[in-house]
Ligand binder design. Sequence first.
Ligand code: CO8
Length: 258
Amino acid sequence: MAYECILAEKDGEVGVLTLNRPEALNAFSDQLMDEVTDALKKFDADDDIGCIVLMGSEKAFAAGADIKEMASKSYIDVYSEDFITKNWEEATRVRKPIIAAVAGYALGGGCELALMCDFIIAADNAKFAQPEITIGAMPGAGGTQRLARFIGKSKAMDMCLTGRMMDAQEAERCGLVSRIVPKGELRAEAIKVARQIADFSRPIAMLTKEAVNRAYETTLSEGVRFERRVFHSVFALEDQKEGMTAFIEKRKPSFKNR
Ligand code: CO8
């Protein structure tokens, strides 16, 4: 598939997917989301890739769903085509870690796509919002659910009911983003963090991601049980032997499963 709305590049073992529709501030047309889905699937299946960075431009990660494309759809249109489900959820199915690197606007579906990634590194100019209510709609790609789980009910209600923008500092305070970096350094920093993850044992990074995500799907006791089973399973990997032996021998581990 030739891409027109995104760039997909490899930087060593990091897959970098850049949303590239500047004329619409990376608003999510159907074509753009099809391309994102295709690129994520390819990176996930590529043995050379250990971690993925999903980013936009310095002005906008993404300004949400394409309002011009969406405005005239009827109920039967969106129901029949299963609007958004068909090409919006690949990020939640990817097994390798995905970092959202957010600069500028992450609005509506843009904020929701970032929430589908494993964690968010924000530039100091990042702005998050769920402004759907201001255009006679509501979040439809997980915003009401993921925000409530990740930042709590009060902040989630505030964002979804007022549509206000949250800046990077507030987003970090409430746990929406993991760290803030100067906007000019966002790409390099995100790739550096992704490279660090890609250097670890790949199955262990993937199992760790799966275990953390489990926390949002199940009870604490079931989640801890799941974690214990997965923890035991890492002792079947050569990389566990290598990691612990390297520690004892005071050298850098050389993981095989990468
Ligand atoms: N859809 C389509 N075009 C857009 C969008 C968008 N979401 N956002 C910006 N654009 C276009 C503008 O129309 C403009 O194009 P043109 O020059 O042809 O008029 C161009 O991008 C530049 O935008 P602005 O001139 O408005 O730039 P400003 O810097 O003045 O403002 C803002 C930037 C604040 C980001 C402003 O553009 C804005 O408010 N955009 C809309 C944000 C919004 O409401 N997003 C939510 C959309 S709804 C949604 O995401 C629902 C998701 C859940 C369901 C998923 C279904 C797919």
